[in-house]
Design a protein around this ligand. Structure first.
Ligand code: CTP
Length: 400
């Protein structure tokens, strides 16, 4: 995100304090951040806070007519921004945007800009559920310029538990990253995407299992990227430490057999299927229901193979479906990936090295060589898993 230009408009709500973290994290990632505060937002946080965090003057209504480079502030900022984030979005600002009204620096800058706008609503549940507020919200989202993140449900500052809590900073930043990649295009609207992720586990007894170090972050990033591009996403995931974001249908599994069943059930409805899961290839032939004392653990463990889920899907695939695999490899990553592409009847495969520092298993970064059934090959240098996910979706869209 180095050098990218993000404009953040802060509305008057207690969630404004969370935006300080967003601004700080963006700045640390090398992003140029500019901030506009409404009058009401300054009841919660100060321009000085945001000036300090963004290392740049924070803009307020008082400075509306203090030009930047001899140009009006709202025009200059509107043209400058690559992505405009409104967080927290209050019922009042939402109402104004839905009706094209502008009576302060924030709303005037929105009308003076044409970049994608990311909206992060935050309000009390009663306010959020008002018919008028919901009407405004739905109406605003019919405009392709506007994108949403949240609101989540949970404990609110008014002590209510319900919908209306602003999305967490990490989720807002992920949405910003997607918008920077796509420019706001939603090229997967109407598509159903099925993704598997994480390391499956094959238990020997209730406490011991055969597994692998996969954390499932790659599949999570793929699910987020596909959702941000408009797809309906189902994520079949093995045990994970992260939470599945709102708007993604999650199916939690443990073993390869459970993953196989979940993939089979959801496969017929899917247009694009990506097996990012690291399936444990074998399981103990016998499961013992009580924890085995260590003296009784066998010196050698009889094993049997688990089903190859991807190969089975490859044989059942319909012509309109695209099936993509992953190949986590060491050494030469291309030759075995090409074999898997062909043997499992895939449309494409992402070969990623797991013997490089700070990429692959457990990392937030990855690198890969994408290969398709028509001989296309694309090398993606180390980048965030979300960026790699977007590159893979771009690559997959061009498979014919
Ligand atoms: N895969 C699968 N079911 C398995 C094993 C693998 O669906 N039992 C899928 C993985 O999700 C991945 C692809 O097949 O998309 C390749 O997995 P990988 O572990 O690299 O290859 P394997 O086929 O297991 O072969 P090997 O372990 O010998 O490299």
């Amino acid at each position: 995100m180095q050098g990218r230009r993000i404009l953040i408009g802060i509305g008057g709500g207690i969630a404004a304090y969370k935006i300080c973290e967003v601004v700080s994290r963006l700045f640390q990632a090398g992003v140029e951040v500019r901030v506009i505060l409404t009058k009401a937002s300054q009841e919660f946080i100060t321009p000085l806070t945001l000036t300090t965090l963004s290392r740049h003057r924070a803009y307020t209504d008082e400075g509306f007519w203090q030009p930047i480079h001899a140009r009006p502030v709202h025009i200059e900022l509107g043209e400058w921004a690559e992505v405009f984030v409104i967080a927290p979005l209050t019922a009042n600002t939402l109402g104004k945007l839905a009706h094209g009204l502008a009576d302060n620096l924030l709303t005037n800058t929105i009308l003076a800009s044409c970049c994608p706008v990311l909206l992060a609503p935050a309000m009390n549940t009663e306010m959020w559920e008002q018919q008028a507020v919901q009407r405004n919200w739905q109406q605003l989202l019919t405009d392709s310029r506007y994108h949403s993140v949240g609101p989540d449900a949970g404990l609110l500052a008014c002590d209510r538990v319900g919908a209306g809590r602003m999305a967490e900073p990490a989720e807002i930043i992920t949405s910003i990253q997607s918008l920077l990649h796509t420019g706001g295009k939603q090229d997967l609207i109407g598509k159903r995407v099925l993704i598997s992720t994480g390391g499956t586990r094959e238990y020997l007894d209730p406490v011991r299992f055969i597994g692998n170090p996969s954390t499932g972050k790659m599949g999570l990033a793929l699910a987020q990227a596909a959702k941000h591009r408009g797809a309906t996403v189902t994520l079949v995931h093995a045990p994970a430490t992260w939470e599945v974001p709102l708007g993604i249908r999650a199916i939690s599994v443990v073993s390869a057999a459970q993953m196989q069943q979940a993939m089979w059930e959801n496969f017929p409805d899917a247009d694009l299927i990506v097996m990012a899961a690291a399936v444990a290839d074998v399981k103990p032939t016998e499961y013992v229901a009580e924890k085995l004392p260590k003296q009784l653990l066998p010196a050698s463990l009889p094993l049997e193979p688990v089903p190859d889920i991807l190969a089975e899907l490859g044989h059942r695939k319909q012509p309109h479906q695209l099936l993509i695999g992953f190949a986590a490899q060491t050494g030469d990553i291309v030759t075995p990936a090409l074999e898997k592409l062909s043997n499992k009847k895939l449309d494409g495969i992402a070969a990623n090295p797991i013997d490089q520092p700070d990429t692959g298993f457990g990392s937030d970064f990855n690198q890969a060589i994408f290969l398709d059934k028509n001989g296309r090959k694309l090398t993606i240098e180390p980048c965030s898993k979300l960026q790699l996910a977007h590159h893979l979706l771009d690559f997959v869209k061009a498979i014919n």
